[in-house]
Design a protein around this ligand. Structure first.
Ligand SMILES: [Zn+2]
Length: 341
């Protein structure tokens, strides 16, 4: 049984927006059912006044963008010959090359589409499938070059509030000797769950998390997270799969189709900036008896000149997230706008 722990506290104040009448706001504390990390929910926070309101910035095409087709060949780096003899990996419109300023032993950037200012809904299932296929083929080449490099992930920063430095839609992939803090925590907690209950947390979550389920495809279950780390958090769990090398062509197509549907739906709900992380088992290791590969997607603030960031002291220094929405309501909103098969 997965535990969905929460409790509520009332916070009293005399509200100047209501003639200093006694007012009460409710804070809900929710615990991540796997890691035990706390998140705080207050929907009234979304209504709070901002001292420096500003209009969204219009994204315009930049003539000398080095991710655009015209410049990609002469302005992006190439992999060293010993890892990728052809220099870059190409699959449909997708082009993968090394990050010019890496923060991993193996750190690649992949341009998802030839269209410079494609919105999230314009990144098609085919583009995602090409990106996943191309990136997994790179993981294989990195492994062949250095088998100590076992911890891989596929991630995305879409637009500047999500920490992208380039507008042109792209994703990133890393391969390292050690897992990230979050991946390591998830492996450890998933193992502890198996040890304590003799069952796979991820399988149980797929079965029990009905209040927040958005949609199911054949082998992937998509949910709103019970205790999200940021706004509009969606998690897609690949049943019975733990690693990138376990994915068949059909699995990749199914994941790609799910990603494109989720981003379409988020865009319909007003999302213009997002992060994504695909968390997987070490390359060449099957952990599917206690861990399932999953993708986490969150939305970030809109691109405005003077915007309020969604990471403050509580998130960054106390590692506790505050969100201004109810995940169960968000799941219902997503269900209404998710495109059909
Ligand atoms: Zn471009």
């Amino acid at each position: 049984m997965v535990s969905f722990n929460s409790y509520r506290e009332k916070s009293f104040l005399k509200n100047p927006l209501k003639d200093f009448r006694e007012d009460v706001q409710e804070v809900e504390y929710r615990q991540d059912p796997l890691t035990g990390e706390w998140t705080r929910l207050n929907i009234d926070r979304a209504k709070r006044p901002h001292q420096a309101p500003s209009k969204p910035i219009k994204i315009t095409a930049k003539k000398d963008c080095f991710f655009c087709k015209k410049h990609i060949e002469d302005k992006t780096p190439k992999f060293s010959k010993s890892v990728v003899p052809e220099g870059r990996i190409k699959s449909g419109e997708f082009v993968l090359f090394p990050n010019l300023f890496p923060f991993a032993a193996h750190h690649a950037v992949g341009v998802l589409t030839e269209k410079h200012d494609a919105s999230l809904s314009k990144i098609t299932a085919k583009m995602w499938a090409d990106a996943l296929t191309g990136t997994i083929s790179w993981f294989k080449k990195v492994q062949a070059f250095d088998s100590r490099m076992r911890f891989a992930s596929i991630d995305m920063n879409y637009m500047m509030p999500a920490a992208a430095s380039v507008i042109h839609p792209h994703m990133q992939a890393t391969v390292d000797k050690f897992p990230t803090n979050q991946t390591n925590l998830i492996y450890r907690k998933s193992w502890e769950y198996l040890d304590a209950t003799q069952s796979n947390f991820w399988g149980e979550l797929c079965k029990e998390d009905n209040k927040r389920k958005i949609f199911n495809s054949r082998n992937i279950s998509w949910h709103a997270s019970f205790a999200p780390k940021a706004a509009n958090e969606v998690i897609g769990i690949l049943k019975g799969k733990s690693g990138f090398f376990d994915l068949s062509v059909k699995n990749i197509e199914e994941l790609a189709s799910g990603l494109s549907k989720v981003f379409c739906a988020l865009e319909k709900l007003g999302v213009r900036s997002a992060n994504m992380a695909l968390i997987a088992s070490p390359l060449n290791e099957d952990l599917s008896h206690f861990f399932n590969m999953h993708v986490v997607i969150i939305s970030r603030p809109e691109t405005k000149e003077l915007y309020t960031a969604d990471r403050g002291f509580m998130e960054v220094l106390h590692r506790e997230s505050i969100v201004s929405y109810i995940p169960e309501d968000f799941a219902k909103r997503m269900k209404k706008v998710i495109p059909d098969a």
